[in-house]
Design a protein around this ligand. Structure first.
Ligand code: IPM
Ligand code: MG
Length: 368
């Protein structure tokens, strides 16, 4: 029997609704396979601003650092958008990524075969489905670069200014490229480096490091693309991509696009990893405050964070497959939350809420 320490950060909006369902799945896996998951809930985001006076309490950072893996729900909401002290729920998220040194963000954009019609792309473009992995650098670039503004942050003064520095070191670029290449070796052996080297100095460094690092991976077919073209290619012919590696800001934008191409944003999970096995796992969707607490949110993206956690942080491969299979079985049986329900195509009697979807997946779980 193995024991794992998991910290949950349910966060705001629908975060607590969906993390609750994922914890049910975690506990069921524990029962089936004889593992013990010690789950500790901590606060981050808006809830932490309300209760602790900061979006990221030190106690949360400490607990995460000591854990085997972290499961995050979602953070943010209009309530915390304009706080006088400048704190924001999103600051907590960036803070935890930085504090845990999670430099690699893996965002799979997968279209489930049962949900092919949910992609906005024409069937002839989407073909047999979609399986792209975007590897986004997560602790560098303009997100973490020096921020500055003129003393008078005054919108009526035309010469007032603000800036965010896009700065990357060879070390930062090389380690994320390696993450991408290693991922490609486990997939279809194709990698595309996305940058804007026709304009940006930092991208020219990305390209130069890419030219060097790719020689160490002769089994991976490589390409490169300017980010604007990549944005277009993702809707024109998304199946040309296997692994995309890119910077923090480009990855942020391209993964939102890729998630839409892959159909419902309620179905996609992500992993944020550092040098060791500790990782943070989360659905890629937001906190959807309008449907919070209404049993409407789709918990599948959060439940899908668990197979990623099992594979990358806990080394539980069979357990990961068991969850993937349970989700597929529930989708095959026709159950849908509102966001993936198509009137006329899906059975009205199988339209379910957050809690029911969680229960169905728990019930479908079998030891494999
Ligand atoms: C994401 C989000 C975050 C980001 C925000 C909430 C800070 O958009 O995880 O993609 O920009 O990284
Ligand atoms: Mg984003």
């Amino acid at each position: 029997m193995s024991t794992f320490n998991i910290v949950t950060l349910p966060g705001d909006g629908i975060g607590p609704d969906i993390v609750r369902e994922a914890c049910k799945v975690l506990n069921k896996i524990g029962e089936l396979y004889g593992h013990k998951f010690n789950i500790t809930e901590k606060r981050m985001g808006g809830i932490a601003i309300d209760m602790d006076g900061t979006s990221l309490p030190q106690d949360t950072i400490d607990a995460c650092l000591k854990s085997d893996a972290v499961l995050l729900g979602a953070v943010g909401g209009p309530k915390w958008d304009h706080l006088p002290n400048g704190d924001r729920p999103e600051k907590g998220l960036l803070g935890i990524r930085g504090a845990l040194k999670l430099y690699a963000n893996l965002r799979p954009a997968v279209l489930f075969k049962q949900l092919q019609h949910t992609s906005p792309l024409k069937p002839e473009i989407i073909g047999e489905g979609l399986d792209i992995l975007v590897v986004r650098e997560l602790t560098g670039g303009m997100y973490f670069g020096e921020k500055a503004n003129s003393p008078a942050y005054d919108t009526t003064k035309p010469d007032a200014w603000a800036s965010d520095l896009e700065k990357y070191s060879v070390y930062e670029i090389e380690r994320i490229l390696k993450t991408g290449f290693e991922a490609a070796q486990k997939r279809d052996h194709r990698l595309c480096c996305v940058h804007k080297a026709n304009v940006l100095e930092s991208s020219r460094l990305w390209r130069a490091v890419f030219e060097r690092v790719k020689k160490d991976y002769p089994d991976v077919e490589t390409s490169e693309m300017y980010v604007d073209n990549a944005a277009m290619q993702l809707v024109r012919n998304p199946r040309q991509f296997d692994v995309i590696v890119t910077s923090n800001i480009f990855g942020d934008i391209l993964t939102d696009e890729a998630s839409q191409v892959a159909g419902s944003i309620g179905m996609l999970a992500s992993a944020s990893l550092g040098a060791g096995t500790l990782g943070l796992y989360e659905p890629i969707h937001g906190s959807a405050p309008d449907i919070a607490g209404k049993n409407l949110a789709n918990p599948i993206a959060t439940i899908l964070s668990l197979p990623l956690m099992f594979r990358y942080s806990l080394g539980l491969m069979k357990e990961a497959d068991a969850i993937d299979k349970a989700i597929n079985d529930v989708l095959d049986a026709g159950y849908r939350t509102g966001d993936i329900f198509t009137p006329g195509l899906n059975d009205e009697s199988k339209k379910v809420g957050t809690k029911e979807m969680g229960d169905l997946i728990v019930k479908a779980l079998k030891k494999i």
